[in-house]
Each structure stands twice: as C-alpha cells, then as structure tokens.
Design a protein around this ligand. Structure first.
Ligand SMILES: Nc1nc2c(c(=O)[nH]1)N[C@H]1C(S)=C(S)[C@@H](COP(=O)(O)O)O[C@H]1N2
Ligand SMILES: [Mo]
Length: 398
C-alpha cells in the first residue's frame, strides 16, 4: 500500500464538480449545503475512500460518491479488515476442505478454479456496523464509527460453494459450514484468526445468480489484497463478516464455528456478560436499510434527493418501495428506482420533495417485498450493529 501523500481525489472532485455543476448545485454549496463535505478524505491513503484507520485498514467512500454507480468501482468500495492484509503466494496457496465430509481435500488455486464451473453473483456486501456513527448518537459505542458508506455492490465471480461441498461429499449430521481466514492478529493478548460459519442450508440452497461463492474476482479483476486476495467467501444477504477474506480452510460441522467473530462478536447484546454473549444468536441476515446520499436544491421549492436502499437478507431479498417525507413523516412520497433491482442487491433511487424551509429535515424509509418497513427508531446495542432506523438528514447543517 502506498502511504505517500497524494493529491486527494476529493479536492480534485470538488473543484471539477464546482466547474461542471449545474447552477442549482453551486447555489446549494454557496448556501452551506451538506453535499459531499468530507474533510477526512484529504488524509486517506486510499484515493476515493475516507480512512477511519490505516492499521488495520478501515475506510469507506463518501456516500455522494458511492451512489454514482450501481456497481461500485473498486476505488470506492469500503474496506473493513481486522488485520493488515496478509501476503499470500498464490502458487503456495491451499484451500483445505474438511470436517464432516467423506473426501477431505486440499485444493491449489488452479485445481479449485479448474475443476468447478465459474459462477457469478451480483451482491451488495455491507458491514453490520454501517451507520454506527448515528447509532453512537443514542449512546456512544466503541468500534469504527462508520457513516453510511460501509457497503458496496459488486459482481463477484469464482466457484459455487455448493459445488465444492457436493464434490467433497457432505456426511450425515452436517449443519454448519465454517470459514477460516489466513489473517492472524492479536485480540486481548491472544493471537486469533478471523472466521465464522453459516448454516449449511444457506450454503446449499440459493436462487440462481445469488449463490454463495468462493470468490477470486471482483468486478472482473483479481481480488485486491485488501478485499481478500487470492480467495474469499461471498454470502449474499448476510452481514459482511460472514464473507471471510483470505480464506484458507472450510470445515463442515454439526455445530456453529467457535471462532471469536461468530461465537462472541457480531451479536446484539446490551451488556457484556458471558451469559449475554453466549445466549444471543450470531447475526446473519442484513436488515432492511435506506440512506440519503445527496440533496440538491432545484430552485423551485423542491429538493432532489438521491440515495440507496438495501433489501433485507431474509425472505426473497427484494424491495417493494422507498419513500421520503419532508414533514416529519406525515406525508410520504415514493422515490423512483433509478438502478437495476436484483436479489440481495441495493437499489439507487431519487425523488423530488418539497423543501418547506431551509431547516426542514428529509426522512427516508424502505419497505421490503412483504410489506415490512424499517423502524422509525432503532434499539441500542453494545456494539452498534444493524442500525437501520429511518435516515434523517437536515437540508442544511445547523
Ligand atoms: N479474514 C477476514 N475476513 C473478513 C474480515 C476480516 O477482518 N478478516 N472482515 C469482515 C468484515 S467485518 C466485513 S464487513 C467484510 C468487508 O469486506 P471488504 O473489506 O472487502 O469490503 O469482510 C469480512 N471478512
Ligand atoms: Mo463488518
């Protein structure tokens, strides 16, 4: 990774944007609008991302940038790692598949990719900690204070996890599939690795085009070191933590993984007691989500609002509608979906809503395909996961 100072794309973009912007947008800037304001991007070693930390790498794009594309370009794809990316020699790399299987196997990359059909999955990866910054307004929690950019949509490609599991012949009693990363790091004085598991049923049954993958390519390029080179899992609809990067071992088991990131982290608890941690279920499916990315004054009393919405990871993984209010939730206006719509993929939307005055607040909420909406308020939890309250954004920062 290049740590040298760079001319930040943020400064370039802002200047270019101002040059190219329609007058309405310049008016919005001049009026102190909140569009794109992102000082932290200036210090980031990743062009295109706001850095929260460099070691380990944690960075997210500014949301106005993120929502320009339905398929997220790599330079704007968030990075969430618990350790610096390990250096892995692709020639020496081996994936072990073992546990409750009749044919435990060790695959080289070439064997894995040569033996199974190439499979593509379009899916949105999203961190369970996305929007933690807002969650911390209820009561502060530790962890990376993600804004609304800890997600990205990509075309993942590799081999189907189900194909590999069938080839090694799953034995009786198998219920869970463990994944282990090759990224040892220290946690409370101990060396641990990142890992987790998913139910076997999820690994085996998935709609075509949304299959969990052992993935070596992202948007047509080899995975970058930060995104898990040479191999990672991708589990559509599940929290990002279940998509294990730098995958080194798969274990089929009758029980969930005992790895820290499955057994103790990524759970909703309100107090840190052994009982609370052991009793809470491990988080899997992503919650329904929506977010306002940009607001542009139209000069006619309306404001054009753009953003994203993410269907939940349960059910059919689709959305019914996205709606906005500028009067605190009395009247709602349906947004136009401006992107493709696919299972477990986000949508981009836009809407023109009345801006009654400069202090007005715009609110967005999404509704899933079964008619369930987002909560107006979200419950606090110790780790600040799964925050999906209606997103509110004042037209102008006070
Ligand atoms: N081995 C390993 N896999 C990992 C992680 C990690 O730290 N180590 N982070 C997880 C988390 S919390 C998320 S949200 C996603 C982020 O994937 P990305 O960095 O490619 O966006 O990777 C997951 N897989
Ligand atoms: Mo995450």
């Amino acid at each position: 990774m290049n740590n040298a100072p760079i001319e930040t794309p943020w400064r370039l973009n802002r200047r270019r944007l101002l040059q190219a912007a329609p007058t309405g947008l310049i008016g919005w800037f001049a009026a102190g609008g909140t569009l794109l304001a992102d000082p932290a991007a200036a210090d980031s070693p990743w062009p295109g991302l706001i850095a929260h930390s460099v070691d380990p790498p944690n960075a997210e794009p500014a949301v106005p940038t993120l929502i320009r594309n339905w398929v997220t370009p790599l330079e704007h794809f968030y990075i969430r790692s618990h350790a610096v990316a390990p250096e892995i020699d692709p020639g020496k790399f081996r994936l072990k598949v073992e546990g409750l299987v009749r044919r435990p196997t060790e695959f080289s990359l070439a064997e894995l990719l040569g033996r199974f059909r190439r499979t593509e999955t379009m899916a949105t990866m999203c961190c369970a900690g996305n929007r933690r910054e807002e969650h911390s307004l209820i009561k502060p929690v530790d962890g990376v204070q993600w804004r609304g950019g800890a997600l990205g949509n990509a075309l993942w490609s590799g081999v189907s996890l189900a194909d590999v599991l069938r080839a090694v012949e799953i034995a009786d009693g198998a219920k869970h599939v463990w994944f282990e990363g090759l990224d040892p790091h220290e946690k409370r004085g101990e060396q641990i690795i990142f890992g987790g598991s998913i139910p076997l049923s999820r690994a085996l049954a998935a709609p075509a085009g949304a299959e969990p993958l052992l993935c070596d390519r992202m948007n047509g390029q080899p995975l970058t070191p930060d995104h898990g080179y040479p191999l990672r899992t991708v589990v559509p609809g599940y929290i990002g933590a279940r998509s294990v990067k730098w995958l080194g071992r798969i274990v089929v088991s009758d029980r969930p993984s005992e790895n820290h990131y499955l057994a103790t982290a990524y759970k909703l608890v309100t107090e840190s007691t052994p009982d609370a941690w052991s009793q809470a279920p491990a988080l899997m499916s992503l919650p329904l989500q929506s977010y306002i990315g940009s607001m542009t004054s139209r000069g006619d009393g309306n404001v054009r609002v753009r953003g994203y919405a993410l269907p939940p990871g349960y059910g059919d993984g689709l959305l019914q509608r996205v709606e906005l209010s500028s009067d605190g939730g009395t009247n709602w206006k349906r947004a136009r979906i401006t992107s493709e719509q696919r299972r477990y993929c986000w949508v981009l939307w836009e809407a023109d809503v009345p801006a009654p005055n400069a202090r007005a607040e715009i609110v967005v909420r999404a509704v899933d395909s079964e008619g369930r909406g987002q909560p107006e308020k979200a419950a606090w939890n110790l780790k600040g996961y799964m925050f999906n309250a209606w997103h509110r954004k004042p037209l102008r920062q006070p």
